[in-house]
Design a protein around this ligand. Structure first.
Ligand code: VLZ
Length: 135
């Protein structure tokens, strides 16, 4: 059984988010706002079907997918690119590959000591976010 990452998660720490946003060519103003704000992840998980909502007071971003089924992702409000996204379980890690203009792009989620981890990768930049459960 894969781990259950569903729930409401609040950002606790952020490492290299600005570099990740720069690698995606996200503009200066958006980067400064995004860095200053907290983020909340709202995740629903029903078997292989997921919805992940990344929420802030500034902007929200949502994806829905089925594990193992590639889909067209348009990163509206982030870098506004079109990528082909494929998400799979690799052991206990939920791993996304985003194929498109940017090399080595993707993310992974995993649980570790009650925390939700997210590694966001683009080119040579790896951003690490740690979330804790929100009551
Ligand atoms: O999450 O890829 O949980 O889509 C920076 C946010 C990047 C800028 C966030 C501020 C990327 C706007 C989130 C707030 C919405 C991401 C995936 C894994 C699911």
């Amino acid at each position: 059984m894969p781990p259950d990452i569903s729930g409401k998660w609040i950002l606790e720490t952020n490492d290299r988010l600005e570099d990740y946003m720069k690698a995606l060519n996200i503009d200066f103003a958006t980067r400064k706002i995004a860095l200053a704000l907290s983020q909340t992840k709202l995740i629903t998980q029903d078997g292989d079907k997921f919805t992940i909502k990344t929420c802030s007071t500034f902007r929200n971003y949502e994806i829905s997918f089925t594990v193992g089924v590639e889909f067209d992702e348009h990163t509206v409000g982030l870098d506004n690119r079109h990528v082909k996204s494929l998400i799979k379980w690799e052991g206990d890690e939920l791993v996304c590959t985003q194929t498109g203009q940017k090399a080595n792009r993707g993310w992974k989620h995993w649980l570790q000591s009650e925390k939700l981890y997210l590694e966001l990768t683009c080119e040579d930049v790896v951003c690490l976010q740690v979330f804790k459960r929100k009551e």
